[in-house]
Design a protein around this ligand. Structure first.
Ligand code: ADP
Ligand code: MG
Length: 455
């Protein structure tokens, strides 16, 4: 993939992580000057843009680039004086240099006025792959769209992260609006509900807050477990719920856990959440994962051979968001290295991804080794050179070389202020021992897998 192709893939990831308006406003007019997994040089139209992106969007760009390229790039924004051809659409004017038009809030700052987001065209029923782990939720969502307020009220969908809650809620909302274009639907994240309520209280504007939320036919609240942290808002939500419920208006809620397990949720809410149907999303089976990989590939126009799709589906069994990440990674890797997408290449790509997981610290390594060998942490970090300490210390250095990005100097520094040649020597010595000594190989292997499990 050329630099531009890599940037395209990164943009795709960024788009998934932002609200549509944010994406349109801030990323449509960003050009690319250089794009590799190590380095992104992006062209922006003016200084205001540059500062805004630097302040609010660097983390999301890094995260997205890591999803595609396997590592976190350095990012620079350069102001391009020429007018950028593709500016944001009329609905979201590009901000002016004076910073007057702040069209959308930065990520995380979801303020009022977003009750009917533009739904993602990707998050429809057609694009939702059904399998044993989500069949009930899917059927229930269809049913409430068919018979709102009558089939199941409320519909309470719960499941771990990345299992499709938001997708399903978007799908139901879109299908409901297609069938009932005149109806009033409110889709809101619980976080927005809480923020809007707090701000309504502050501005003495509760009446209009209530009108917006109670005068609706179909209320969808994503991530309702967020209410746990907002006691006062629970009371407000209780009344919202009662009003809608008594008027036979449909309510759909999603949560990361079942009602009774949401900490500090008032009992009267817990019991109301169970009045309708509580349905759980589980981790998808292998067959469903495979179907999802094929579905996503075709949606995005990727040509993915069957054995590669099977490999990806086998490799990631945690959740669907990670499954998509792995697919992106594999496709990106092929394009970046200008090779065709084959099974060996996919294996290489995902192996890198698993290795690239940061998060193991030198301390973690030292602790794991100290427990395993029964030596004190302070001895590993000290100057003593007796054999009983020297070998575990060398193992620490070897693992640190393998699992972290620290430099030789940093590793040496941590283990008693040793210089880089000592670290190189240790790394080399342990690598050779691993070839010949089964005991060491088992021990080091155990420590490494323990560390990667913990991270
Ligand atoms: P959650 O809200 O539970 O954290 P999301 O709804 O955001 O999860 O789903 C994460 C990603 O997985 C989304 O890109 C979504 O499209 C995809 N996904 C989840 N379930 C399915 C499914 N059954 N079929 C196709 N894609 C799915
Ligand atoms: Mg979600």
């Amino acid at each position: 993939m050329s630099g531009a192709g890599f940037w395209e893939a990164v943009l795709g990831e960024i788009e998934k992580r932002l609200r549509r308006q944010q994406f349109e406003t801030w990323f449509r007019s960003v050009g690319v000057l250089e794009a590799t997994p190590e380095r992104l040089r992006l062209a922006v139209p003016n200084r205001f843009f540059k500062e805004w992106l630097e302040t609010y969007y660097v983390p999301v760009i890094k995260e997205s680039a890591t999803a595609v390229g396997g590592k976190s790039p350095r990012i620079d924004f350069e102001i391009e004086s020429r007018p950028v051809a593709e500016v944001a659409p009329a609905s979201s004017p590009a901000p002016s240099a004076e910073g007057a038009a702040v069209a959308s809030a930065p990520p995380g700052d979801k303020t009022a006025g977003s009750l009917q987001p533009s739904f993602s065209p990707r998050y429809t029923f057609e694009n939702f792959v059904v399998g044993p782990a989500n069949r009930l939720c899917h059927a229930a969502a269809l049913a409430v769209v068919e018979a709102p307020g009558r089939a199941y009220n409320p519909l309470f969908v719960h499941g771990g992260v990345g299992l499709g809650k938001t997708h399903l809620l978007h799908a139901a909302s879109q299908a409901f609006l297609e069938r009932n274009p005149q109806a009033r639907l409110v889709y809101i994240s619980c976080e927005e509900f809480v923020n809007d309520f707090v701000s309504a209280v502050q501005h003495g504007d509760l009446a209009s807050f209530r009108r917006r939320l109670r005068d609706v036919d179909f209320l969808v609240i994503d991530d309702i477990h967020f209410l746990a942290r907002a006691e006062r808002t629970q009371e407000e939500f209780f009344h919202t719920f009662n009003t809608l419920y008594n008027a036979h208006k449909q309510i759909i809620l999603s949560s990361d856990s079942p009602p009774a397990e949401i900490p500090t949720l008032e009992e009267r809410l817990v019991s109301r959440f169970k009045w309708g149907l509580v349905a759980r999303l589980d981790s998808p089976t292998y067959e469903t994962r495979l179907a999802i990989v094929l579905n996503k590939a075709s949606l995005r126009g990727y040509n993915v051979p069957g054995d590669v799709a099977e490999f990806v589906a086998h490799s990631v069994d945690t959740n669907i968001r990670e499954l998509e990440g792995a697919l992106t990674r594999v496709v990106g890797f092929a394009a970046l290295s200008n090779r065709s997408l084959t099974l060996p290449l996919a294996q290489e790509a995902l192996q890198e991804m698993l290795m690239a997981r940061p998060s193991v610290s030198i301390e973690d390594i030292a602790k794991a080794v100290s427990v395993r060998f029964g030596v004190k942490l302070s001895d590993l970090q000290g100057r003593r050179r007796t054999k009983s300490v020297a070998l575990p210390r060398q193992i620490c250095m070897h693992i640190a070389r393998k699992l972290t990005e620290y430099s030789l100097e940093e590793i040496g520094g941590f283990f008693g202020g040793r210089d880089h040649t000592t670290v190189l020597y240790a790394d080399d010595k342990i690598s050779r021992l691993l070839e010949t000594d089964l005991g060491i190989r088992t021990t080091v292997g155990d420590i490494q897998s323990e560390l990667s499990r913990a991270s």
